[in-house]
Design a protein around this ligand. Structure first.
Ligand code: COD
Ligand code: ZN
Ligand code: ZN
Length: 386
């Protein structure tokens, strides 16, 4: 590529301080260093976690920052030592890396890579504690080592995977977070069995992906739970057999679910990120063999409090990050299954906007009107890659 080894000037959405919506700026993106990859992002979704960065919910995030972690793009150039991808490859940046060397990556049992931005002392610079982004002379921080709200981004090689060269990037960007997180919670973490009864608390993009996973696993009853009834039609389209709002009942929703099912659901998923709904999900499970999976992350410092009898009778309480997938190993297969039309994730995309309209995308999320809003970068002639 003509741009290899050079600083690239391009568009990015910078969150200058907590509490402020991102503003679209021209940023400079330095070339990748050893074991890093520079990617031209083609499309990126907006996830609730990006909104948490806008709102300043995470205590360990330094500003200014470029958020975004649900993107797909094309490799522009690679730094010394990179062998996993080459310029021109279609890729998805991984917000949970897979270094392949740490105890967790070497074990088949988990996916929380110990060399990630979460397990290292939490920081939002590159692994070498420097940044590849500047704007108006200021250092701009990375986010989750992905920063997909930039037309070009630099990621560590542990945080990128090649996907099918025919994959539509404006659709499979959702596999970088929302879809994989929800689908994996049902398929990989809970291992939902055919004929079972499931409850899904929260019907946003991630919760609807849980619904898709439960249906794909052959669940016979899938009960969607949300306070926003506008979410119900899409949930039913994707496989929910019934939907209920806690606001329509005087008694706690867990009691309603236990009554609806006899002794409770086989699987309950909490996909909101609140401790009260986490406890409600656990209490709605079958008292002897129900499984509750926590998907949503409550605010930092939250504590969960519940009657331990819930577990003593045999219920299981699980949690997962990105659905539990080992993303380098599993994401290409998920994309190729999508290409074989095994499930329809396109239905999760409620809005597609030009990247410049990113603020509108956040406003749609705040208003509860979007499921997934995908932002598209227009390929300028200067940076044409294909
Ligand atoms: N009761 C029922 N429904 C509720 C309640 C409530 N008290 N409060 C909100 N809801 C509903 C909302 O109406 C909405 O429909 C839904 O819950 C939440 O959806 P979104 O669109 O706000 O959020 P998603 O689907 O994009 O993401 C939700 C997560 C909770 C999964 C996400 O924000 C999160 O916590 N992620 C961390 C965990 C993880 O694995 N992250 C990977 C990178 S993000
Ligand atoms: Zn690792
Ligand atoms: Zn996310």
């Amino acid at each position: 590529m003509a741009t290899a080894g050079k600083v690239i000037k391009c568009k990015a959405a910078v969150i200058w301080e907590a509490g402020k919506l991102p503003s679209v700026e021209e940023v400079e993106v330095a070339p990748p260093r050893a074991h890093e990859v520079r990617v031209k992002i083609v499309a990126t979704g907006i996830c609730r976690t990006d909104d948490h960065v806008v709102n300043g919910v995470f205590p360990n995030i330094d500003y200014p920052v470029i958020a975004g972690h649900e993107g797909a793009g094309i490799v522009e150039s690679v730094g010394p030592g990179v062998t996993c991808v080459k310029p021109g490859d279609k890729v998805i940046p991984l917000c949970v890396p897979q270094c392949g060397e740490c105890g967790c990556c070497l074990s088949p049992k988990g996916n929380c890579c110990l060399k990630s931005h979460i397990c290292e002392p939490i920081q939002n610079l590159m692994p070498d504690k420097t940044s590849r982004f500047t704007c108006r002379g200021k250092l701009i921080h990375h986010f989750l080592w992905t920063s997909t709200f930039s037309e070009y981004t630099v990621v560590p090689e542990a945080s990128i995977v090649q996907i099918d060269s025919d994959a539509p990037l404006d659709k499979v960007c959702l596999f970088g977070c929302g879809f994989s997180t929800g689908f994996g919670a049902a398929i990989r973490t809970a291992k939902v069995q055919p004929g079972s009864t499931c409850a899904v608390f929260g019907l946003g993009g991630v919760g609807l992906s849980v619904v898709i996973g439960c249906k794909a696993a052959g669940a016979s009853r899938i009960i969607g739970v949300d306070i926003n009834k506008d979410k119900f039609p899409k949930a039913k389209e994707l496989g929910a057999t019934e939907c209920i709002s806690p606001q329509d009942f005087k008694k706690p929703i867990q009691e309603v679910l236990v009554e609806m099912t006899g002794l409770g659901v086989d699987y309950a998923f909490e996909v909101i990120g609140r401790t009260d709904t986490q406890v409600a999900a656990l209490e709605s499970c079958h008292l002897s063999y129900g499984t509750c999976v926590l998907v949503g992350a409550p605010p930092a410092g939250s504590q969960l409090s519940f009657d331990p009898t819930n577990l003593l009778t045999g219920k299981k309480l699980l949690g997962c990050l990105l659905g539990g997938w080992k993303l380098k190993d599993d994401l290409p297969k998920l994309v190729s299954d999508y290409m074989k039309k095994k499930w329809n994730t396109d239905a999760l995309i409620s809005h597609t906007l030009a990247f410049e309209k990113i603020r509108e995308g956040f406003e749609l999320l705040h208003a509860g009107k979007s499921i997934r809003c995908v932002l598209l970068f227009q390929t300028s002639k200067d940076h044409q890659l294909m």
